[in-house]
Structure formats: C-alpha cells, structure tokens
Design a protein around this ligand. Sequence first.
Ligand code: TTP
Ligand code: MG
Length: 364
Amino acid sequence: MNRIILHCDLDCFFASVEARDNPDYKGKPIIIGADPKEGRGRGVVSTCSYEARKFGLHSAMPISQAYRRCPHGIYLRPDGKKYSKVSIDVMNILKEYADKFQQVGIDEAYLDVSEICNSYEKARVLANNIRDEVLKVIGITLSIGCAPTQSIAKIASDYNKPNGTTVVPPDYILRFLEPMDITRIPGIGKKSKVYYNKKGLKTIGDIIATPLEKMIEFFGKNGKWVWEVVHGLDKREVSEFSGDRKSISKERTFYEDTNDFNVIFSKLEEINDKIHNNLEKNNIFYKSITLKIRFEGFETYTRSKSLLFHIREKSKALKIVLELFNEFSDSKRKIRLVGIRFSNLKRNRKEIQTSLLKFAYQTS
Ligand code: TTP
Ligand code: MG
C-alpha cells in the first residue's frame, strides 16, 4: 500500500508565539531562553526566531554566547503555560485533517492521510490548506513534509523551513535524499556523524550506495535502521495510541454549516466507525463517551456519558452519541463541527501480557 504521511512541525515555535502576541517584535531576532544578563547569564537558548538564526544562534546554545553574537536581540523567558495552550489548539486543527493522528512533541505531529488523499498532488493541496488554516486561526506558521514514511516526512518538513511544504513521492525519495548531509537523518547527530565519516559516509547518497550487510557490520542495529530509513522502508505506523493516551477523539468540520440531520448523522457514524477500527486494532476499551458540537459562530459544547463497564461496541457507542446529540435538538442553529471522544481507556490485559512477553523474547 502506498502510504501518504504528513509531518507537521511549527516554525521556531516559542519565538513565533511571542512574535504573534507582540507585533513590535515581528521581523526581529527573538531569543527565548535564560536571562542573558548582558552576557554574564547562565543557561541556554530554548529557541530563536529565523532572524536570530542568521547570527548563528540556535537551540541549546549557551545564552552568554548568543548574547555576544546578537546583543541587540529581544531576549525573553519562556512562558510554558501559554505555549502548551497554543500547542493544544494547533493539534486540534491538525487532527481534523487526519485519518490517523500522532502528536510526538509540543510542536510536531504525524498525520496519516492515505485515505483522505489518494495522490501526492492532493496531499500537497491538503498540506497547504493546513498551513493556511493554522496561520489564520492561530497566527503562526508551520512546515510540512509529505512522504510514504514517517522518517522521510520528517526530513522533508525540515527541508524548506519556515512556512514550507515539501512533497516526496515514492519515486523521488532517492533523488531527494542523495545529496543531503547524513545529519539530516533523525537520530544522527554530531557524535554519530564522526563515526559515519570515519567509514567514508558523508552524504545520504553514500549510505544508499552501501550494502545492508556492511551497514550492520559497521554500526550494528543502528546501521540497519538507518539503511531502512534512507531506502523508504521505515514501516512505523502513525499510531493514535503511542505513550499512555488518556483518550482518543476525532472531529470533522462540515464543508458548509448544516442542520440537516442526515448529513450530521452520517458524519457521526463515519467518525465513530473510524475510531472503532483503531480501537479494535489496538485492543482498547473505553468507559466514557463525549460528543462535541460547534455551532456556526464558533460556540462549542460538549456532553459526556460514563458507562458502568469498559466496552468497545460500535453500535452502542453510536446510540449514546445520538442520545447526547438529542440534548441539542431544540436548537435551530446550524452546526459547523462534530466530534466524538472516547476516554477512560483500558487496554486488554491479555494483550499487554503478550506484548510484554514478546518484548522479553526480543531482548533476551
Ligand atoms: P523544535 O521544533 O526543535 O524547534 P523550533 O520549533 O523552535 O524551530 P524549528 O523551526 O527548527 O522547528 O522545538 C520545538 C520547541 O521546543 C521550541 O520552540 C522550543 C522547545 N525546545 C527547547 O526548549 N529546547 C531545545 O533544545 C529544543 C530543540 C526545543
Ligand atoms: Mg518546530
């Protein structure tokens, strides 16, 4: 199957939020991190705007060094609470566009859009729409990479930053990667670079030209993984259940606000089906169901129901969702968005044991 995966990564995230909230800062070098204390400060740069990067500044650089290189920059302490809130708002938008959604950090996420888009050209349009909407609603930019695997999508999102879309269809993978420095591969940093260079591997093209057995001989398991990545063989699926997820949800915005019950019903049914496919694949049960409704004009409501036991029953869930929907039946207003969330999740114990067992075998 030809997969289409997007990797979305916000541009200089913390700095973008500050530039958004302080129009005076726009276009200036903004540095988020420790207090530079006129060059005597301790601590490091968390991130900096692209204007600051022109002076050689980057994340994790000592703040004193940053100050020496760019004394006229705007130095700000991070406002974690604000960034977390912006992150949640952005992720809620991204989720709406994906068949499967996986957030992997405060400012990045993978979206599997194989079903929504049946071609890479459609995926490019979708990626551009996502960038437009995030800019319009949240006020910051992001970059998006589109490729058949997560690792290549990640390399692609980084390729044309800030505010870029980079599409890498299967037949373009080798040409796209060949000239790049090996540090473009996620996981190969300054330290590994030295080992790779010692074996004569400088570009990704050098790795592509190296047989798998040699890569294993040189770098063991890691070498095998890197070889697979550059050949587009990273099989990881976009997983809604990475980490310890507390809930799974899906939302959809209607193309046009509507109060046609048939349209609303089939959307809820579609969302419910999609989530259940995922729950089944991952052997997950739920105990709470929440319906979310946004009316025209952005007014948003949620209604929840808690069950006595954990269940995973598609038809029962849909019935409950419709009961919750009934509470809004008096309203004449048109609906803009509907969503369903399942929470209070539990993975089947048996399943956990088997996967633990598998793990034990793999590592022994
Ligand atoms: P990144 O996505 O790595 O960086 P970025 O969004 O600032 O810049 P880019 O345009 O290259 O994507 O990290 C996301 C946020 O995480 C970043 O805004 C600040 C924070 N962060 C730190 O606090 N310390 C760090 O060392 C890094 C790398 C990030
Ligand atoms: Mg980022």
